[in-house]
Design a protein around this ligand. Structure first.
Ligand code: TYM
Length: 324
């Protein structure tokens, strides 16, 4: 089964990226045919510094590898290294109704945020994402909840294209994790943990002291009971999910363990769980950050493999759309 997913090179990965997306990638790469991408072209839709992009792309690749993506098992590459992504995106532009793009939740939020500097790339973002997915005849796309709507649009676009030009694309399905699909902010547990709000994040490669400090300062709720109740106690519920997923312990068992304890004891124990679980990632990240040549070679090999799949899809697309 073909799997595809992508991550933007826009700064350090946080525990939401890990629990919502990467943890699924690690399981899938053991048995499926996986393609993972650093989506640098998507990162251009928000204001950015051109001189910083190469470093950020390399850092994102290091993050993938440090968190366990194995280049022997999966294809890892950079989106702009395979020009078929932009070529297909243009063609898909011509089968996608503007109305479908205007109703995307992420577009609505971002267009409010970038009111003065609103570029067309931000509106067309999901089309490039559909091109990423459809180029590889992807069946399953593991993502966090915030990307579900975009994957569904990719599915609609595939269907529309196939109907108009004949069968070329597989209709992809979204894969969400049961519990980690939407990890909430540490500073405001009613909002999503997001790279664009740094105070909200627990990063995958934070040092033990930072982890302790951030968890002890995480916003919790009134009361003192350690109980999973996302409506009344969103702060504690979010921390329970993180504890449960990282330690692979069911939530009721954690509630029982802390029945007679307060928030402070629970947070101390959670900090230790996070520190211990992320220790191997931190180690590997430090090691790989020194091995730039090796990481670039992985990306170059990855682009070659990705390109041969992408080219064969594009050949079919060109034929079907009359571009001969
Ligand atoms: P990005 O870079 O914002 O996020 C990478 C992955 O992390 C997930 N995620 C979360 N999951 C749980 N809780 C959170 N708080 C949280 N925050 C982020 C995201 O859902 C995502 O799976 N547009 C995509 C990248 C992309 C892509 C693709 C994904 C480009 N092309 C094709 C899949 C297929 C994005 O910006 O992800």
């Amino acid at each position: 089964m073909r799997i595809f997913s992508g991550i933007q090179p826009t700064g350090a990965l946080h525990i939401g990226n890990y629990l919502g997306a990467i943890k699924q990638f690690l399981e899938l790469q053991e048995k499926e045919d996986c393609v993972f991408c650093v989506v640098d072209l998507h990162a251009m839709t928000a204001p950015y510094q051109a001189s910083a992009l190469p470093r950020n792309v390399l850092d994102a690749a290091v993050c993938y590898l440090a968190s366990g993506i194995d280049p022997e098992k999966s294809i890892l590459f950079v989106q702009s290294h395979v020009p078929e992504h932009t070529e297909l995106a243009w063609i898909l532009n011509c089968v996608t109704p503007v109305g479908d793009l205007l109703r995307m939740t992420q577009y609505k939020e971002k267009s409010r945020q970038f009111q003065k500097d609103l570029n067309a790339g931000l509106l067309n973002y999901p089309i490039l994402m559909a091109a990423d997915i459809l180029l590889y005849q992807t069946e399953v796309v593991p993502v966090g909840q915030d990307q579900q709507q975009h994957v569904e649009l990719a599915r609609t676009i595939a269907r529309q294209f196939n109907k108009r030009f004949g069968e070329v694309f597989v209709e992809p399905k979204t894969k969400l994790t049961k519990e980690g699909a939407k990890i909430m902010s540490l500073s405001d547990p009613r909002k999503k943990m997001s790279k664009s709000i740094p105070g909200s994040c627990l990063y995958l490669f934070d040092e033990p002291d930072q982890i302790k400090e951030k968890i002890m300062a995480a916003i919790t709720d009134t009361g003192r009971e350690i109980k999973y109740d996302p409506t009344k106690k969103p702060g504690i519920a979010n921390l329970l999910i993180i504890y449960s997923l990282l330690s692979e312990t069911p939530i009721p068992k954690i509630e029982k363990k802390f029945r007679t304890k307060g928030y402070s004891d629970f947070k101390k124990a959670l900090a230790q769980v996070v520190i211990d679980t992320l220790e191997p990632f931190r180690k590997k990240h430090k090691e790989l950050a020194q091995r730039e040549v090796y990481v670039k070679e992985i990306l170059s090999q990855g682009a070659k493999k990705a390109r041969s799949i992408a080219q064969s899809t594009m050949e079919e697309v060109r034929k079907k759309t009359g571009l001969v």
